[in-house]
Design a protein around this ligand. Structure first.
Ligand code: SAM
Length: 295
């Protein structure tokens, strides 16, 4: 899983093949937990759409769209006069996004299997672009942002959502450190490209937006507490859809993996409340604009 932006060749392709395979496996689980994910991210998704400038009639590019939860929100906001293109690296998850849009009767949604670092869409063909919890998985996020910049018409807006600092996302750090410990692997630098928390370092994502050519760059940190009836509901979500954790535990035999899940459950119990279970998360919403005149 380790990669580096200084190795955009074979290493990147192998990394993406592994990422695609992981999300093909996790696609059904991510989709099955769609209602919980929607509730978890509803407020931040509304903010992301606002910050990108999604409005009635707009043409919107949705990068790393997964099974399309935010795609459907955007499609409702742009209405039948608008258009949404939902793209993702994983063919299995794109198929689910297509089915979900069709079931919702949203004929102005199209889907496409595409690497976010090489979208293959025409230059300046969208009014707005979003990427919800996807950009941190890109081995070269600057390349992904340059692609969004290229896809936007001059004056068009973008907004991405990523996880913030490790200490603000304790559930993720517990899951990751416990999985690595049980797999006999050393602790990982959380900011290594392509990891869950890779864009959480203060100032990092703003710098990438500016390097990609965006103006009016601004980041807001938003609390996104994952509220569920119990820790077991959270573990059910993680066990079926949290692809980075599954990838690590996939190297263990069944008994060793089960011991890791038991350990994680114990550590995650700390977030149990009177009303159920409340896992803290902090997200970074970063907005920018393609300038009207390229300088
Ligand atoms: C955590 S899911 C988020 C899905 C969706 N945006 C959501 O919030 O429900 C991350 C998604 O990023 C996609 N992804 C990872 N690397 C990608 C890349 N290089 N290009 C496009 N999509 C990618 C995965 O296939 C997966 O669907």
């Amino acid at each position: 899983m380790n990669t580096s932006t200084s190795d955009p060749g074979h290493g990147c392709q192998a990394f993406k093949a592994s990422m695609r395979a992981q999300w093909n496996t996790a696609a059904t689980g991510w989709n099955a937990h769609g209602a919980g994910i929607h509730a978890w991210l509803h407020h931040s998704t509304e903010a992301m759409c606002r910050m990108a400038g999604v409005r009635a009639g707009a043409r919107v590019l949705d990068v790393a769209a997964g099974s399309g939860d935010q795609t459907l929100t955007i499609a409702q906001q742009v209405g039948a006069q608008g258009y949404v293109l939902a793209t993702d690296l994983s063919p299995a998850i794109v198929a689910l996004a297509r089915d979900n849009a069709a079931r919702a009767g949203l004929a102005h949604v199209e889907t496409r299997v595409a690497d976010g670092e090489d979208l293959g869409v025409p230059e300046a063909s969208f009014d707005a672009a979003v990427c919800r919890l996807g950009l941190m998985f890109f081995p070269d996020p600057l390349r992904g942002l340059r692609e969004m910049h290229r896809a936007l018409r001059p004056g068009g807006g973008v907004c991405t959502t990523v996880f913030s600092r490790p200490e603000k996302n304790p559930c993720l750090t517990i899951l990751m450190s416990t999985a690595l410990k049980h797999a006999g692997l050393p602790a990982r630098d959380p900011f290594i490209p392509g990891g869950l928390l890779s864009l959480g370092q203060p100032g990092r994502i703003d710098a990438l937006f500016r390097s990609a050519g965006f103006h009016d760059v601004a980041t807001s940190a938003v609390d996104a507490v994952y509220r569920l009836p119990s820790v077991d509901h959270y573990l059910a979500f993680v066990r079926s859809s949290a692809s980075p954790i599954l990838q690590i535990l996939g190297q263990l035999d069944a008994a060793a993996a089960e011991a890791a899940w038991v350990d994680m459950r114990e550590r995650l119990m700390v977030f149990t409340t009177h009303d159920g279970w409340e896992g803290p998360n902090e997200l970074l919403l970063t907005a920018g604009r393609r300038p009207l005149e390229t300088t």
